[in-house]
Design a protein. Sequence first.
Length: 541
Amino acid sequence: MKKMFKKQIVIPVIAVLFLVIGSGFKNDFFEIAKQIEIFTTLFKELNMNYVDETNPAELMDSAIKNMLDELDPYTRFMNEQDVESYRINNAGEYSGIGALVRSYESKLLIVEPYKGYPADKAGLKAGDEIIKIGETLVADFDDNASELLKGANGTSVNVTFVRQGETKTATLEREGVEVDAVPYYEMIDDQTGYVVLARFNRKASSQTKLAMQDLKGKGMKRMVLDLRGNPGGLLSEAINVTNLFVPKGELIVTTKSKVKKFNQSYRTKNQPEDLNIPLVVLIDGSSASASEIVSGGLQDLDRAVIVGARSFGKGLVQRPLKLTYGTQLKVTISRYYTPSGRCIQSLDYWNRDQEGNAVRNTKFSEFTTRNGRKVQDGGGVMPDIEIETLKSNTLLDALESNYMVFDFATDYYYDHTFGSVEDFQFTQTDYVAFKNFAQQEGFTFRTKTEELLEESINREEHLLGQEVQDKYKDLLLALNRGKFSALDTFQKEIQKSLEDEIVKRFFYREGLYDYYLKNDGAILVAQGLLKDSGRYNQLLQ
């Protein structure tokens, strides 16, 4: 009992911190104290009197996570392992097997092995399902089993995995893994350079600068900066990357919070790398946070033409706050605003629909860039030139969330052979095979129209006659039949996702970028725009 009491002494301290932060430092400290007392009393009585043995740590972890779920998905409690992972992600290096993995209850799925690292050397492929690490079954491991793959340089780990129904084993020797912010850069033509900025860790601005300098040595006089799929990262690095193209002292971001110390204006602090090089920035629906600070800032300052699809729309800033016992709270502290004064936050987490999902902003306000161009807030960064194949919709999201593209690419890899990326071609026959695969796998998805119709039928069934009800149901059936015709309607968009995933299987991510230089629609549009200086300048005016 004494041991349990010691654990409980810590609880009021944690509760005070969470409730104070959650309350926004309101002056009603009596109410805060009252809620703390209720909570700690309940927690003590629950643990002391519940009929079965309880686990105080697990109960508290569940209580914290459920409390934070009421806020936004970026405010979360980090245990010691989470804190270490957060540090590694920002540092850009760690020790492990060198592969992107997805965690399930009974397995770890290899999503992408990195070229030349332990997983690749041992022959692991995307689609392999790791079911055992050392002597530990993944299904029996309560925490994230991917942590078992990490370890000191030079140490070995045995894995058992399933590939295409066959169980195999492999021994991997862990080593240091460098997570580059700029995984690729190359010349598109004799004067146009292409730089991929994949994440905003501590290497982002320095690696982007080095890439620019190297490409200038190869004749670069105009540039494409690819931020597609970049989920963001460090605010400071977003400012430093923007600084490569704009003067010292330029306002890039303003943050606004109800806590005064978090209200700040961020200006560039360094001399730029190039103020005049014509620049196109590529974005899509997965470009978020720091990516939107860069693209939105360069758009507001009329320093670059933005090409692609509307970005994700994350206009919130987080900061890790230290708690006790090595844990932290990563909490949303403010909203950020681009130079024109717009906040591009897309989802309103304080207003939710009947299913508890955050409501998407649909009313936008207009702002003006430095040259007087019209831009909008509230829904991500809208590109100056849209690329249809980069836009998303319910169908594309469903294909992604159901892993249809990923699983088809896995099967495709074992049925085909290509000598080089130049030999790769995804044919109409291949696309028909994908459609058949989706049908065989029972792929389906729900549209907003279906949801509204079903809701109407269920809510007003007693008011509708049988004839109306039958017509409603016929319409739902027709909608369901029309879903597979949508696979034809959006073939270009779906085929791009398929090609991207398949090329990575054969030629790694470097090969994918090589493929992009000659086949990617957004890059080809950007290249053509940069060659047409008249149109480029007109867009910025």
